[in-house]
Design a protein around this ligand. Sequence first.
Ligand code: ARG
Length: 583
Amino acid sequence: MEKILDIISAKMQQAFADAGYDASYGRVTVSNRPDLCQYQCNGALAAAKAYKCAPIQIANAVAEKLDAADFSMCEAVMPGFINLNLSDAFLQSYLEGMRTAPDFGVEKIGAGKTVIVDYGGPNVAKPLHIGHLRSAIIGESLKRLYKFFGYNAIGDIHLGDWGLQMGLIIAQLQERQPELCYFDENYTGEYPAEPPFTIGELEEIYPAAAAKKKEDEVFAEKAHTATYELQTGRPGYRALWKHIMNVSLCDMRKIYDHLDVHFESWLGESDADPYIPPMIEDLKARGLAVQSEGAWVIPVAEETDKKEVPPCILVKSDGSAIYATTDLATMVQRMEDFNPDKMFYITDKRQALHFEQIFRAAKKSGIVPESTELEHLGFGTMNGADGKPFKTREGGVMRLERLIGEMTDFVRAKVVENQIVAEDEVEATTQKIAMAALKYGDLSNQPTKDYVFDMDRFAAFEGNTGPYILYTIVRIKSILARYGAWENLPIQSPANEYAKDLMLSITKLVPALETALRSSAPNLICAYIYELAGAVNKFYHETRILTEEDKSLQAGYISLIALAKNVLERCIDLLGFSAPEKM
Ligand code: ARG
């Protein structure tokens, strides 16, 4: 379906031409004075210079040529703006188009294009904590948005599964259970299928080992050696690593599933490892990697830099590869596997310099061609009420599971207290509301900004919250259920000003989603549905819907709120949550 601004612009361009001016002046924009009009065209101001006459003269001539069937108002105002309001007929036919087209008639601008969305990024054997929440929620939403526009969007979790933390766990296990066959270099049998630890034990081993490394140099050395031996293929360590992976991933999957966050690809740093040696050889051979204080680096500073951008380190002076090396090798792998049009990374904004460095190194070396876009979205911190990074009451890092659990308990108490649903529906309804509260609370903020986690506010049924949006959807659903068959009712001309406002709000869907995509900003989807939900509720309060006696008028009301519901539901799906039947 053609975009609304393009349709209106085409009409305006025709009017410019009909009035004897160049059509290119007829570009229309959304009004920046919504109190005066819905759309505006400033073209007469520019045209006046070319035609050497007063802008208002051109504006008047053009306004006369516009078709009154399309605009309820087309007015030339000083010094030469043309203000526009859409006619009822235009609104009706445009919305009927949205209602009947697949996906509301959005143009699938991503068809044939592939984008890899790298989000999540949890480290194996460490419990997920609230630092992982934003990446998961924002990444999932943006990935869904890309898919909506027709992109082949591949979410990759990019596990931290290969670094020193693995060596630390292996070294720690060896101290505790040296008798295990994994440590016996002469062992030739099959390794046991059962892991030698539970997830609980694993999660306790890692912090213990990390603490020990700081105090005990011998132990630190052992961990480094174990990491090296794991990476160079020592069989017992590889077998142990597989156990660590299985146990940890099983737990991780549960939490991501619960969050309705799904990755198309579960690759990790370990999968990029085989790409590292040939990549480094190649970079050295082409003179792109140079030696600096015993390390191999790719210089990436540019003359225009305002801040110093240090070289991208490939191989440290002790011969080991680092985070940047793995990320570059992952890019080699992704180019080979998918030849993507874009690689998109969603992490904490404190990693901004890292991504600046590897992006430059990737482009400079040709690992990633000019035609492939690289973007890093760095998000801000989730803070507590004190404005400091969110902590548990005891002052520790809060586990993601616990945060979700606390939000769920809070919502459940409300659901039970207000007797919102029958007893057997309490749990399912609670889950949906809790997810909406958590995700909308996060996503309604500009991703780059810090925000305060406020359970009371996020879970409120009124205000700019997820539950309020759900409530609006549920309200419509219940009207539709009482009305009966609503699916095929056509959109009618707006019956009152509230219907018209609601219709106008619906026309803004695709532009809002496009801007959200272009600016990597799910918060714009939230802002859009908050406005739309407001228009729905206003219409609901001002209009007798179910008691309307004029059946034809009533059918028009119903088709309008049904479309609003479909739009709202599609949008919350893009945000990563869904509405219950009752609330
Ligand atoms: N595992 C990393 C961390 O915990 C995040 C990975 C993000 N993705 C990437 N390709 N670097 O910081």
